[in-house]
Write a protein of this length. Structure first.
Length: 420
């Protein structure tokens, strides 16, 4: 997949006054709820990543269509809580520093394994078709790297080689590519279709089945380890929890920055508008598995969780408490309700995309040129995300927080920029 580096819009500066929380919701309780939800989300992500690791072990022990399908099912399930944690990005320095290890995207998948010769290159990336699986010796920055055995340490060292963000060697999307392979269907029906025999050393297809298994095992092991780090960051005494709770006003800024940036520049822009403008299935978030309709939905739900102060865990229990909505309602109940209505509208729009996907029409098919109903579904969700961002801006002003920067994308306001 070709990486595009889009310039950001100038930061949207929001709010000018100092905060004044008189006799209203206690900001300390709000940021505690925020941190508790983050911890629970990462704990759930870790639980399902461990189940994915177990499913991968079963696949490698006895490769078959059934064990491959089970590993894919485990991967899709693992994305449900993780995508909801993306609402904790952007405003939290510890999370932003960590996140690229587990969810970096898009990627030049030819760094990892074989790709279609006509659809896997990137002239701007010298490592785009290195194919670690096929090569026990790799030249990196002019030096030979011993890749005789593919280990977590090895793939960590390859992640974003030479500072090129498309060199994604670890995380969910590296695992996704290994489980599904390239999706060569364009905007037609069908996801990646890697055969189970790509992992079967006795009946090997694709070559290097033992090394492919090593890579998949290393990547899932590393994902579990990285999520253990995330849980520790949000537990009592952890860096991310401390950054949010030490100064409740700062914590509120982080929370609003996170949902504003994810809503606007990241999801509405990079993940949705760009692919729609280009009619390019390579720009969908879970492009190998055709799971993008779920990823978008659960990103939206994560923002809803943060605003309302409530997260439903994978065991059905809820983590909840005083919320951003309560803080906004203390100053302007009508605006608090308007922002909640915006988020409801976003979830309805994303749920429609999800329903279409579950019925058999994948997200990349919605991007096909001439698919007016598909374009309308995606554009409605984009419009809803932009609208909720505008009321997030107003909410921050009403609450009286110091200026915050919401990341933006030229794909929303300057379409020609994506072709530069």
């Amino acid at each position: 997949m070709n990486q595009r580096f889009l310039p950001l819009l100038p930061a949207l500066c929001i709010g000018t006054a100092l905060p004044a929380f008189a006799d209203g919701t206690d900001p300390a309780e709000v940021v505690k709820t925020y941190a508790d939800i983050a911890q629970a989300g990462y704990e759930d992500s870790l639980t399902l990543a461990r189940k994915l690791d177990t499913a991968v072990d079963a696949l490698l022990a006895a490769p078959s269509p059934e064990t491959l399908a089970a590993a894919r099912t485990a991967w899709i399930a693992s994305r449900v809580p993780y995508q909801q944690t993306e609402a904790f990005r952007f405003g939290n320095p510890a999370v932003d520093e960590w996140e690229g290890k587990v969810n970096a995207w898009p990627l030049d998948e030819g760094l990892i394994d074989y790709v279609d010769p006509l659809l896997g290159g990137n002239d701007e990336n010298p490592y785009a078709v290195v194919n670690v699986v096929a090569n026990p010796e790799i030249t990196v920055a002019g030096r030979q790297l011993d890749a005789t055995r593919i280990t977590p340490d090895l793939i960590r060292s390859l992640h974003e080689i030479d500072g090129i963000e498309a060199n994604v060697a670890t995380g969910y999307h590296a695992i996704e590519f290994l489980l599904w392979g390239q999706d060569l269907n364009g905007t037609d029906a069908g996801a990646g279709n890697r055969p189970a025999t790509d992992f079967d050393t006795a009946n090997c297809t694709g070559g290097n089945c033992d090394r492919r298994g090593q890579y998949l095992s290393a990547a899932t092991e590393l994902l579990v380890s990285d999520l253990e780090d995330a849980v520790a960051m949000w537990s009592d005494g952890g860096e991310a929890r401390a950054q949010v709770t030490a100064d409740p006003t700062t914590g509120l800024v982080m929370a609003f920055t996170g949902i504003g940036s994810l809503s606007y520049g990241e999801q509405a822009g990079q993940r949705m508008k760009l692919g729609l403008m280009l009619h390019d299935p390579e720009e969908e978030h879970d492009c190998f598995s055709d799971n993008t309709f779920n990823s978008h939905f659960y990103d939206g739900l994560g923002m809803f969780n943060v605003y309302t102060g409530r997260y439903v865990r994978i065991d059905g229990s809820a983590v909840e408490g005083p919320s951003l909505r309560d803080v906004v309602a203390d100053s302007d109940p009508a605006l608090a309700d308007a922002l909640l209505a915006d988020m409801d509208a976003t979830m309805i729009a994303l749920a429609r995309i999800k329903a279409v996907g579950e019925a058999g029409t994948a997200y990349d098919q919605l991007l096909a040129p001439g698919n007016a109903p598909g374009e309308a579904l995606v554009q409605t969700a984009i419009d809803s995300l932009v609208a909720q961002t505008r009321n997030i801006e107003r909410a921050v002003q009403i609450v009286g927080l110091a200026p915050i920067a919401v990341e933006g994308s030229d794909s929303l306001d300057n379409p020609d920029a994506v072709f530069q």
